[in-house]
Design a protein around this ligand. Structure first.
Ligand code: ADP
Length: 640
C-alpha cells in the first residue's frame, strides 16, 4: 500500500543549507535552471544506461527530452524529463535529506565563516546545491515523479520553510516534473517566465546538454490567405501565431570538438554542468589521441577543493563515454585515487558498451587510457604557470602526495612537482629542486620536520643547530608528509633526514664533557623512566634547555598523534630527552646535583625540563596544573 499524504520536517542540515543558498546566491539566481536541467539530464543518462540491457524499459517513449514550460498567468516555470524518475522511497532519500557525510560539519564551518550575513558563492560551490537552488527563485516547489520501476507516482511539495509533504500521485508517464511557483518579480529582476530569458539561460549554461531541451514557443507562420492591395493584387501572406516546440540547446559534445572551436566560456559552463561546481575551473586539459589507443578527453582541475575530498565514499569526477554514449559516471578506473579531484569526460570509441564496472579494471584499453591521462596530467602540472600551480597545490597538494605511496612508479614525478614551505622561504613554496640547488656548502641531506602547523615547526628547538649552520629545513604539515618522505626516500641522490629523529650528523658531542654529565643524566633518566628511554647530550640545541627526539627508525611524535587521533590503538613510544650541556641552567643543576644529590628541588627541575621539551614541540602536558605550580615555585625563589 502506498503511503497517505504525510508531512515531514527537513533534516536540520537541509534547512540550514536552504537558508544559506537563498541568502548567498540571490545575485546568481538564474543558475537554478542549469541545476534542474543537469539533474534531468543525469536522470535520462541513468535510464539510457539501464536500457542497454533492459530493452523493454523505454516502452513507447524512447525519445529522450527535457521540457521547459512557463506560465505567465500563474507565474510558474516547470522542468520535466522522461528519465528514470524516483520512487516514493527515493524521493524521501534524495530530496529532504542530504546524504553526503560530513555535511553538518561543513555547514557549521560555513556558518562560522559567515561575515556580514552573506557567504561567498565559492564556499557554497564546494557543496553543489542542485535541486535546492529552486528555492532561490520559488516560494513553492512541487515535484511530480514516477520511477520506471514503480506503478504509481509521487507528489512532493515544499515552501522551503522547514517541512515538505509527500503523497501518492497519479502520474501515468515515467520521469520527473518540477514546478516552481516563482517569487514575485521585483524591479530589475529577470522574469523567468519570459521566453527570451529562458532561451538565453539555456544557451549560456546548458548548451551542450546531450538531450534536447525543448520549449513551446510562439511563432508567426504564413497562411495560404493573402492580403490584397486596392487593386486586388496580393501584397503579403496573412500570418498566424502558432505554437511549436523549439530545441534550445545545440547538444554538441564539446569534448569531441577541436580546441579551436570551443570558447573559454563554453569550457567553463561545461565544467560547471558536470562538476556541479559554482566556481570556474582552474585549468582544462582537452585532448584527442589517435592511434592504437584512441580516445578524447576533456578534463578539469577545480579551483577549490570540495569539502569532502578526504571522504573515502566520495565519488570520482570522470565520466566514461563511447561515441557520445554515456557509459558511467564516477569511473574510478580512469585515474588513480590520488587524482580523484579531476573532473571531466573521457570518450573511448572502441570501448565495449556493455563493459561492467567489475571488468573495467582489466580492460587493456582502459588501462592504457589511464596511463596516458596520468602522463598528460603530470605534463600539464609541470609546465603550469607558477601562481596557478601554487593555487592548485594549496588545494590538492595533500592529495597528490598520497600517490608516492600508492603508485610507486610515479613517485619521482610527484616529488618533482611537490612544494613545501621551509625555514628560509618566509611562507612561500619551494620545490625540491630549488631546495637542493640552495643547499649550503657541506650540507649532505634534505632536512625536514613534521608537525601540525608551520608556525610551531619553525620555532621548534630541534632546528636550532640546523639554523645556526644556515641549513634550510622543509616544514611539513600535511598528514601525508611523513609517508611522503618515507616513500620517496631520496631526491636527486640526497637523503631525507628528520630534524627530530636520529643523529643529524652535523655536530659532534664533546666526549669528555659528556662524561662529566653522565651521572646527572643517569639521575634524570631515573626520574623520567616512564616517559623517556634515554637521556643524552643534544646535537640539535643551541639556545633551548632540552628537547625530545626519536631514533631514526622511531615514529615521529606527529605521526603518533595522528594515528591516535584516527583511533589506532598505539602505545605511547618512549622518546629520547636531549639536554643542552651548554645551557647555564643545566650547568647550575649539575652543580646542585654534585653538591647535594638528595636535594628535593632536583626532582622538580627535572620535571619542568621535561615539560618544557614537550611544550616546545607543541605537545600536550600530562598535568599542566603541576607544571604551573612548579614554575610558580621556581619563580618565587628567583625573585626573592
Ligand atoms: P545532486 O544532483 O548534486 O546529487 P540534488 O539535490 O540536485 O543533488 O539531487 C539529489 C538527488 O535527487 C539526485 O542525486 C538524484 O538522485 C535525485 N534527482 C534530482 N532530480 C532528479 C530528476 N529530475 N530525476 C530523477 N532523480 C532526480
Amino acid at each position: 500500500m502506498a503511503p497517505e499524504k504525510a508531512t515531514h520536517q527537513f533534516k536540520t542540515e537541509v534547512q540550514q543549507l536552504l537558508n544559506l543558498i537563498i541568502n548567498s546566491l540571490y545575485s546568481n539566481r538564474e543558475i537554478f535552471l542549469r541545476e534542474l536541467v543537469s539533474n534531468a539530464s543525469d536522470a535520462i543518462d541513468k535510464l539510457r544506461f539501464r536500457a542497454q540491457t533492459e530493452t523493454s524499459i523505454l516502452g513507447d517513449d524512447g525519445e529522450f527530452r527535457i521540457r521547459i514550460t512557463t506560465d505567465k498567468v500563474n507565474n510558474t516555470i516547470e522542468v520535466s524529463d522522461n528519465g528514470i524518475g524516483m520512487s516514493h522511497d527515493e524521493v524521501m532519500e534524495n530530496i529532504g535529506t542530504i546524504a553526503k557525510s560530513g555535511t553538518s560539519e561543513f555547514l557549521k564551518a560555513m556558518e562560522e565563516s559567515k561575515k556580514d550575513g552573506t557567504i561567498a558563492p565559492e564556499l557554497i560551490g564546494q557543496f553543489g546545491v542542485g535541486f535546492y537552488s529552486s528555492f532561490i527563485v520559488a516560494d513553492k516547489v512541487v515535484l511530480y515523479t514516477k520511477s520506471t520501476d514503480s506503478e504509481t507516482g509521487v507528489k512532493w511539495e515544499s515552501a522551503g520553510d522547514g517541512s515538505y509533504s509527500i503523497e501518492e500521485w497519479d502520474k501515468p508517464e515515467r520521469g520527473t516534473r518540477i514546478v516552481l511557483w516563482l517569487k514575485a518579480v521585483e524591479e530589475g529582476d529577470q522574469d523567468f517566465t519570459d521566453e527570451w530569458a529562458i532561451k538565453n539561460i539555456i544557451k549560456t549554461h546548458s548548451d551542450f546538454v546531450e538531450y534536447p531541451v525543448v520549449m513551446e514557443v510562439e511563432k508567426e507562420e504564413e497562411t495560404d490567405s493573402e492580403i490584397l492591395d486596392n487593386e486586388g493584387n496580393p501584397v503579403e501572406k496573412i500570418k498566424k501565431t502558432v505554437k511549436t516546440d523549439e530545441t534550445l540547446n545545440s547538444m554538441k559534445a564539446i569534448w569531441l570538438k577541436n580546441k579551436s572551436e570551443v570558447t573559454d566560456e563554453e569550457y567553463e559552463e561545461f565544467y560547471k554542468h558536470i562538476a556541479h561546481d559554482w566556481n570556474p575551473p582552474l585549468v582544462n586539459l582537452h585532448m584527442k589521441l589517435e592511434g592504437v589507443t584512441e580516445y578524447s578527453a576533456l578534463l578539469f582541475l577545480p579551483s577549490k577543493a570540495p569539502f569532502d575530498l578526504f571522504n573515502i565514499e566520495r565519488k570520482h569526477g570522470v565520466s566514461l563515454y563511447s561515441r557520445r554514449v554515456f557509459i558511467m559516471d564516477d569511473c574510478k578506473e580512469l585515474l588513480p585515487e590520488y587524482m580523484r579531484f579531476v573532473k571531466g569526460v573521457v570518450d573511448a570509441p572502441d570501448l565495449n558498451l556493455n563493459v561492467s564496472r567489475e571488468l573495467l579494471q582489466q580492460d587493456a584499453l582502459v588501462r592504457n587510457i589511464r596511463k596516458n591521462l596520468v602522463r598528460k596530467i603530470f605534463a600539464m602540472l609541470e609546465k603550469m604557470e607558477k601562481d596557478k600551480f601554487e593555487t592548485f597545490w594549496e588545494e590538492f597538494g595533500a592529495v597528490i602526495k598520497e600517490g608516492v605511496h600508492t603508485e610507486f612508479e610515479n613517485k619521482d614525478k610527484i616529488a618533482a612537482i611537490a612544494k613545501f614551505k621551509t625555514t628560509k622561504s618566509d611562507e612561500k613554496w619551494v620545490s625540491l629542486d630549488e631546495y637542493v640547488e640552495n643547499m649550503t656548502e657541506g650540507q649532505e641531506d634534505i632536512y625536514y620536520i613534521t608537525g601540525e602547523d608551520t608556525k610551531t615547526l619553525i620555532n621548534s628547538p630541534h632546528l636550532e643547530k640546523l639554523i645556526e649552520k644556515d641549513y634550510e629545513v622543509l616544514l611539513m604539515n600535511d598528514p601525508v608528509d611523513e609517508f611522503f618522505v618515507g616513500s620517496v626516500g631520496q631526491y636527486k641522490e640526497k637523503n631525507f633526514k628528520s630534524a627530530e629523529k636520529g643523529d643529524l650528523g652535523i655536530s659532534d658531542v664533546d666526549d669528555s664533557k659528556k662524561e662529566e654529565f653522565d651521572s646527572l643524566f643517569e639521575f634524570i633518566q631515573k626520574q623520567l623512566d616512564e616517559k623517556v628511554k634515554e637521556v643524552k647530550p643534544s646535537t640539535h640545541l643551541k639556545n633551548s634547555v632540552a628537547c625530545l627526539s626519536g631514533d631514526a627508525q622511531d615514529m615521529s611524535a606527529h605521526l603518533e598523534k595522528m594515528m591516535k587521533a584516527a583511533g589506532q590503538p598505539m602505545p605511547t613510544a618512549k622518546r629520547i630527552l636531549e639536554v643542552n650541556m651548554d645551557h647555564p641552567v643545566i650547568e647550575k643543576i649539575k652543580g646542585i646535583y654534585e653538591t647535594n644529590s638528595d636535594s628535593t628541588d632536583l626532582k622538580d627541575f627535572v620535571s619542568v625540563i621535561y615539560d618544557i621539551a614537550v611544550i616546545s614541540e607543541g605537545g600536550k602536558l600530562d598535568s599542566p596544573a603541576e607544571f604551573s605550580r612548579l614554575v610558580g615555585n621556581i619563580m618565587a625563589e628567583a625573585v626573592k
